[in-house]
Design a protein around this ligand. Structure first.
Ligand code: UT7
Length: 329
């Protein structure tokens, strides 16, 4: 029996920084309101013409270097995104070409903000099946060109970035580094709470139906907020129950960085020490599927992740989808 072990992590944020003051010029909001209601001070956005795979490439290279494996040794690339470079092929294939991962299969996972944790569950299963040794898992998004800049609900929140993780197969050993458990859920009956309605198969782009708003994100933020807090708590509890761990055993909690107030409210309900929470939202904004690997990588680089640590990750977002996992580092 094989198990999946994390051996590399990396991230990349584009160099352009957009402050709340810059957002003030685009829509009816203030720096003070954004900081107070979301915890965000600034975010990174791409240069025009860049796609998600461009952000993923340096993150992947960093993660592979840490893992000590070459691109040719990657067996599968799982690319989690709702903003692929283009409608087809998947960004996983585009990244595979850029990286020179000539022996890798490649596919995308679209589960929005829960994408990376869904991808982690897929990577874990691929490795545990015994068929694959090295999986490169990516969370990368370019949200800055998917927003209506005059709509303050989304303009203040979303941003661009990428994170990468390398997982490898090791022989089963209960006490060693491993993905201990993963938990996934969805409620598709409420998908319109957060969605990007046009540009897919139901309403393709034509010059007659062209309506810029339909090609951008639509969100009922307040409804999402309420549901996010509840689901964060329950999906984290599922992961703890499955492993027999308690919140006291958790060394680091890495939540999806949607809104600092969601993270604080869920953290309070779960009784987790705020010192154990990884937070990047202040300078990254909400980078959807990229937010968890970015936050984990930054915590690692800050020396907050040690061998043997118990890391709880959890996400909630469009779909609606939610997910959690526990990793022993
Ligand atoms: O990534 C996963 C998916 N996304 C999320 O999980 C996002 C979840 N939702 C949120 O983060 C929050 O709901 C938002 C940040 C989107 C909105 O914050 P809120 O605390 O839920 O604000 P609200 O919509 O309840 O509005 C509160 C007040 C209202 O004014 P009144 O009626 O109290 O006078 C709004 O008109 O704040 C006003 N308001 C704003 N003011 C300045 C709402 N948005 C803004 C804004 N700037 N951007």
């Amino acid at each position: 029996m094989k198990q999946a072990r994390v051996i590399g992590i990396g991230s990349h944020l584009p160099k352009n920084i957009l402050t709340n003051k810059d957002i003030e010029e685009k829509c009816d909001t203030t720096d003070e309101w954004i900081q107070k209601r979301t915890g965000i001070k600034s975010r990174h956005i791409i240069e025009p013409g860049q796609g998600s795979s461009d952000l993923a490439l340096p993150a992947a290279q960093e993660a592979l270097e840490m893992a000590g494996i070459t691109p040719e040794e990657v067996d599968i690339i799982v690319f989690c995104t709702i903003t692929p470079d283009q409608l087809a092929p998947g960004s996983a294939s585009i990244l595979q070409g850029k990286l020179g991962a000539t022996n890798a299969a490649a596919f995308d996972v679209n589960a929005a903000c829960s994408g990376f944790v869904n991808g982690l569950a897929v990577a874990d299963s691929l490795i545990c099946s015994g068929k694959y040794n090295n999986v490169l898992l990516i969370g990368a998004e370019v949200q800055s060109n998917r927003m209506l800049w005059h709509n303050r609900d989304t303009a203040i929140l979303f941003a661009d970035g990428a994170g990468a993780m390398v997982l490898t197969a090791s022989d089963s050993d209960e006490d060693s580094s491993q993905v201990m458990t993963t938990h996934l859920g969805s409620d598709g009956s409420s998908y319109e709470i957060l969605h990007l309605p046009r540009g897919g198969s139901r309403e393709i782009f034509t010059m007659d139906n062209f309506d810029k708003d339909g090609y951008k994100i639509h969100m009922n933020g307040t409804e999402l907020f309420k549901r996010a807090v509840v689901k964060f708590v329950s999906v984290c509890q599922e992961a703890l129950d499955a492993t027999g761990l308690t919140m006291d055993d958790v060394d680091l909690f890495v939540p999806h960085q949607a809104n600092k107030r969601i993270i604080e409210a869920a953290g309070q309900r779960m009784g987790i020490d705020p010192e154990k929470v990884a937070l990047t939202i202040e300078y990254t904004g909400n980078t959807t599927a990229a937010s968890i690997p970015i936050a984990l990588d930054h915590a690692y680089k800050d020396g907050r992740v040690k061998k043997g640590d118990i890391i709880l990750v959890a996400a909630f977002g469009a779909g609606l989808t939610w997910a959690s996992a526990i990793i022993r580092w």
